[in-house]
Design a protein around this ligand. Structure first.
Ligand code: AMP
Length: 399
């Protein structure tokens, strides 16, 4: 079996897959590590468990996860040696990793090198890798990077028009995120359309609490909306998306806000929450907009408008468009948002079948929502980053 691990600063999420990655055998989380009220949760065919537990550090969290997987009543395996390989989510691989890779000392050293580029994410990823390798020292471990898929972007897409030394000396460039999700759904899209991926000019809209749009042509990423930090592109639940960078100087010099305060505002108080003043959740905002709240309507309008503009920009960058894919929480569940984004894009061959669009909710299966005969395929595809991690792990460690 293959174990996938997504280790964050206060949470470990794990899934156990059958070796052929066809079946999820167990799915679990250990949450609020090092905080009050920590707990674990696990689901297998034999049942669900959710309990409060003391979890002072990631070390205990890993022990709990393995204990739960081995539990005689609600576990999923009899012996830890049933785990044949482990796949780890790794957030930032900078330009050092263009694909998933088997982990050795050199890979760990390179991941350390990337810490300044992702100070919040790479350290817990490294903790997860070290703890996982200590618990399961005899099996291969694989790192799957969120940034790897975007490494194919051409220099004109990833370079910022700053003095070139900032790129050369400080690695300041566009990296992009959510690459594992985008890679998964773009492969699924090609399979559903029964066309080789390289023949598609595709825009993938990963619309979750975090939002990434990516242009995929010739089978790889050619541009993406998130840049060096994680707030550019389309507005998100609480992040602003694109703003005039000059605002940051203005907020600091004229409004007297400190860099930390500005950062908090841009990341935590902006986006759908900032504009609506109500919530970061499209469900709540939609309800309030329908009840006549004008700022909620504006938040939805602004979100759809920003996404629509990037579809146009990416179609221009790719020299065409024949596939649009919606994924993640909003993309998989909000017919309204999909309809608002796709409205008036007939000139790009995008037309929605209203009934199909309304039906495509719940993130259970792939849905084709373009009108029959529409020039551009429009798909709703449930993302599954864990499955992509497991597939890479199988390919690199088992086959
Ligand atoms: P994710 O980060 O992919 O889990 O997406 C989370 C976001 O998806 C939430 O904050 C909501 O805005 C959105 N979402 C989830 N379910 C729905 C739904 N039924 N309708 C509209 N938006 C939804």
């Amino acid at each position: 079996m293959i174990l996938t691990i997504n280790c964050g600063s206060s949470t470990i999420k794990y899934q156990l897959f059958s070796t052929d990655v066809e079946t999820v055998v167990a799915k679990g989380i250990v949450s609020r590590i090092g905080e009050e009220g920590s707990y674990y949760e696990q689901e297998t065919a034999r049942g669900k468990v959710k309990e409060l537990a003391a979890v002072p550090s990631h070390h205990e969290a890993f022990e709990i996860a393995i204990h739960n997987l081995l539990h005689p009543a609600y576990g999923a395996m009899a012996d830890i040696h049933e785990i044949e390989a482990v796949g780890h989510r790794a957030v930032h691989g900078a330009d050092l990793f263009i694909a998933s890779t088997l982990i050795d000392d050199d890979v760990i050293a390179k991941l350390e090198e990337c810490v300044p580029l992702a100070p919040l994410h790479n350290p817990p990823n490294l903790v997860g890798i070290r703890e996982g390798m200590a618990l399961l020292p005899d099996v291969p471990h694989v790192a799957v990077f969120d940034t790897a898929f975007n490494q194919t972007m051409p220099p004109k897409a990833y370079i910022y028009a700053l003095p070139y030394s900032f790129y050369e000396e400080h690695k300041i460039r566009k990296y992009g995120f959510h690459g594992t999700s985008v890679r998964f759904v773009s492969q699924q899209a090609a399979a559903v359309l029964q066309r080789p991926l390289p023949t598609l000019k595709m825009v993938v809209l990963h619309l979750g609490n975090g939002v990434t749009m990516t242009a995929v042509a010739d089978g790889h990423a050619v541009d993406t909306t998130i840049g060096f930090a994680t707030f550019s592109g389309v507005m998100m639940g609480t992040r602003s998306g694109d703003i005039d960078p000059g605002l940051i100087f203005h907020m600091h010099r004229q409004l007297g806000l400190s860099p930390d305060e500005i950062e908090r505002i841009i990341y935590k108080e902006s986006g759908l929450l900032g504009v609506s003043g109500v919530s970061n959740d499209v469900r709540v905002i939609t309800e309030q907009a329908q009840a006549g709240n004008a700022r909620c309507q504006l938040a939805l309008d602004k979100f759809a408008y920003m996404a629509k503009k990037y579809i146009g920009a990416f179609a221009a960058a790719m020299g065409g468009l024949n596939c649009v894919v919606f994924t993640a929480g909003i993309g998989e569940n909000s017919p309204l948002m999909r309809q608002m984004i796709c409205a008036d894009l007939e000139f790009l061959g995008v037309t929605l079948d209203e009934a199909q669009n309304e039906r495509a909710v719940g993130g259970k299966q792939v849905e084709i929502i373009n009108k029959v005969g529409g020039k551009t395929a429009v798909l709703v595809i449930p993302t599954n980053e864990e499955k992509m991690i497991a597939l890479d792990t199988m390919r690199l460690a088992i086959l």
